[in-house]
Design a protein around this ligand. Structure first.
Ligand code: GLP
Length: 260
């Protein structure tokens, strides 16, 4: 696992957008897995700016969703499908044809989950999966004690996550209890995992994920199992890392050509 400590979220966003742009130059139809929440917004802003400046052609890029609420009506502005279309797909000049996600409106949720895992495999797998981290250490919506081998499936949100996400809804009562999320086993199949965490509220979760034991209690610790995992954190989110000095020195000495 590589840990890159940056001064702020804009710097982290630009760094990850550069890695995505490099990937698209090598593989124009790369499948980019994207995350929702506030943290990844600087990534999407920086990538959009790079595309608009003509520095990379994203017209063949494919975008896929990490997770979804269950039971929100189709087209609900806070369904993750709507959010990803609004924040990523449309700003990159892409359409729904370049986009895939699990069906949170399906009557048969189990079938929708299995279909999404199959669709990801049929698409050749995710090339780069961007992740955020919940304050309880979740990735996607894999809450604590999710199986580290899990596939895409329905999960029940913790109250902590529902409270964290209530800001996107008209109060806590409107936040769904159930979600579909790529499983941890599914996420680990992506070729490159990039987790971005910013702000002090994430410092404990980051320290447990990066330096704690591998544990289903901290789903993000599963990144320790991945051969190419990059954790980008700002100074605040890195504030409880025991090895912060080592991570800073390692990145400072890294040859530019290696990229992320
Ligand atoms: C939600 C999403 C996660 C995201 C998390 C953190 O729970 N399912 O993918 O990482 O929120 O969001 P934020 O970046 O807003 O803190």
């Amino acid at each position: 696992m590589e840990v890159v400590i940056v001064k702020d979220s804009a710097t982290g966003g630009a760094l990850i957008a550069d890695a995505m742009a490099d990937l698209l130059r090598r593989k124009p139809d790369a499948l980019l897995g994207v995350a929702t929440g506030s943290t990844p917004l600087p990534v999407y802003e920086a990538l959009g700016a790079t595309v608009r400046a003509g520095e990379v052609d994203a017209s063949h890029a494919r975008i896929c969703q990490l997770d979804e609420y269950v039971g929100l009506p189709a087209g609900h502005p806070e369904s993750y499908r709507s959010v990803v279309l609004r924040q990523v797909v449309e700003p990159l000049g892409l359409t729904e044809n370049s986009f895939m996600g699990p069906d949170g409106t399906a009557q048969d949720v189990a079938a929708a989950c299995a279909a999404y895992d199959q669709a990801l495999a049929d698409a050749g797998g995710v090339d780069l999966q961007l992740l955020g981290i919940g304050t309880d250490g979740h990735i996607g919506f894999n809450e604590p004690c999710s199986s580290l081998a899990s596939r895409t499936r329905i999960k029940t949100l913790t109250q902590q996550t529902r409270r964290d996400n209530a800001r996107f809804f008209n109060g806590l009562d409107e936040v769904p209890h159930h979600v579909i999320t790529q499983g941890i086993g599914t996420i680990l199949e992506a070729r490159h995992l990039v987790l971005l965490a910013t702000g002090e509220a994430k410092a404990d979760a980051v320290a447990l994920a990066v330096e704690g034991p591998l544990s289903a209690l901290v789903p993000a610790s599963a990144l320790q199992l991945h051969p190419h995992a990059t954790v980008v954190v700002d100074d605040a989110a890195a504030s409880r890392l025991k090895l912060a000095d080592y991570f800073r020195a390692t990145y400072a000495a890294k040859p530019d050509w290696q990229g992320l």
